[in-house]
Design a binder for this molecule. Structure first.
Ligand SMILES: O=C(O)[C@@H](O)[C@H](O)[C@H](O)C(=O)CO
Length: 471
């Protein structure tokens, strides 16, 4: 089979029909990504492949950065001020060693889908590819808004701090009709979760200023958050998103929580128990707010971030120094939290992603205990996330979802990316999805009713997300 031919990842005839005649043509809803709304609004061409593929200023694809470091590339030619063509050549050398890594397939899929370059990228053809691609990058088709539009994307949900003024989402709202897609905020209150950060007190002041709520205690924080939920909702926001590196369910009294907030504002040391007490109280309130505003709450759990301390100091967060978390009982704590919130009917629509795939069965079966209340598949196991964003990781997540619940209700894939060239990840997922159902059909485990199977893959590719999030 030739590299990324029309039927790659499709192992039988049913899978091929399902992909080519049903899933492939569906629009895209990217309900979680890290695209910069400013870059969508300013809509400027990228000067070359390095700037759109590897790094644009401090921003960029840390998946590639990790691989380049593994290939022994000097940081100067990854995130540093090295020559941009040399960075591209270093990426070319790196990808040559990446057989079996999804970035090998993604890189070549992007060359095919955007630049119509079907060659395998290597040192011989790198100069030609650099020249051809860079020329194309200067055309209107490669402006960010056209990249989104031409990939049939209908909704992009950015990742935004509650204190954000959503300046660029506001500006883009006026161009929605012309663009043919919406750019909607998703609230990511990481700075409220990160109570040990020395900037916590300053952040509360920022949240107070933007919300108009004076913040003297925990209840005031929640009042300020409520105002931000109102604002994000007015802007079309329908999701919140929460990164929990580790988490333990530890209830506490109002007085204890206020004392913890007070200590945090003064940058006094907090015990692990105090952090978990505060986190528990905050997550309970966030669940209430998501329920009140009929949003979907996303949890990104069990990760270890910014492991390399000197490089964190130098480059900051999300720069390729993260790994899978190993808290074995994190889902036990999530279960206690949900059981407690069920008592007051405050379990919102939720999508769980764990970076540790050992958690997936526990999450999938946990969710079965909180479905109902009139909504279809209100709680969902999210698509294979980050290090699980591979053909095998996607297939495993689909299998567990199908075995423990009703996969035809799944809201499907997201890019989780910082690059405008990442939309072929949806194609990649749709191929894995069609192959999953194609195999069931050809094994005689489901009826070979192609229209029914086709409807399922189209729903998972687009319709379910449209209906579930109510965009
Ligand atoms: O949203 C997250 O927490 C992660 O997706 C994180 O942003 C990470 O940098 C990433 O993009 C993984 O795909």
């Amino acid at each position: 089979m030739t590299l990324l031919n029309d039927d790659f990842l499709l192992s039988n005839d049913t899978a091929k029909i399902l992909f080519h005649e049903y899933a492939a043509k569906m629009p895209i809803i990217d309900f979680h990504c890290h695209l910069n709304p400013k870059e969508i609004y300013e809509n400027k061409n990228y000067p070359n492949l390095t700037r759109i593929w590897i790094n644009e200023d401090h921003y960029g694809d840390h998946y590639k950065w990790r691989l380049m470091r593994a290939n022994g590339v000097d940081e100067k030619y990854i995130t540093g001020d090295g020559d941009e063509y040399k960075k591209f050549i270093e990426w070319t050398k790196t990808i040559q060693n990446a057989y079996g890594n999804p970035l090998y397939e993604w890189t070549h899929l992007e060359l095919r889908r955007f630049f119509h370059i079907n060659n395998e990228l290597n040192l011989e053809n790198a100069p030609m590819i650099w020249e051809k691609a860079n020329k194309m990058l200067q055309t209107d088709a490669f402006k960010p808004r056209n990249l989104i539009k031409n990939m049939n994307v209908k909704v992009v949900c950015t990742t935004d701090d509650p204190a954000s003024d959503l300046k660029y989402q506001k500006l883009l709202k006026k161009d929605e009709k012309e663009n043919g897609f919406k750019v909607l905020p998703a609230m990511r209150p990481d700075k409220l979760i990160d109570i040990r950060n020395n900037e916590f007190g300053n952040y509360l002041q920022q949240l107070s200023d933007v919300s108009g709520v004076k913040i003297n205690n925990f209840a005031d924080i929640i009042s300020a958050l409520h105002q931000r939920f109102e604002f994000f909702s007015e802007m079309g926001g329908k999701l919140s998103d929460h990164s929990l590196l580790t988490y333990h369910y530890v209830p506490a009294t109002k007085e204890e929580i206020d004392a913890i907030v007070d200590k945090a504002v003064k940058n006094e040391d907090l015990t692990d128990k105090e952090v978990d007490q505060y986190l528990t109280a905050l997550l309970e309130q966030l669940m209430k707010l998501n329920t009140e505003f009929d949003w979907t709450m996303q949890f990104h759990i069990n990760s270890i971030r910014n492991m390399n301390r000197p490089m964190f100091k130098k480059l900051g967060a999300d720069t390729g120094y993260d790994s899978v978390g190993t808290q074995p009982d994190i889902v036990d704590s999530i279960a206690k939290l949900y059981r407690h919130m069920q008592d007051t009917n405050n379990v919102p629509k939720t999508i769980f992603y764990s970076l540790n795939s050992n958690d997936w069965m526990q999450l999938a079966t946990l969710m079965g205990s909180f479905q109902g209340d009139g909504g279809v598949e209100r709680l969902q196991l999210g698509a294979g996330w980050w290090f699980n964003d591979t053909a095998e990781g996607m297939d495993r997540q689909l299998r567990i979802f199908a075995q423990q619940s009703l996969l035809p209700h799944f809201v499907g894939m997201l890019t989780d990316s910082r690059s405008f060239l990442s939309y072929p990840r949806h194609e990649y997922f749709r191929r894995v999805l069609c192959n999953f159902y194609g195999k069931l059909a050809e094994q005689g485990r489901v009826p070979d009713n192609i229209d029914k199977l086709g409807k399922i893959v189209q729903d998972i590719s687009y319709n379910n997300a449209h209906n579930y999030f109510k965009f």
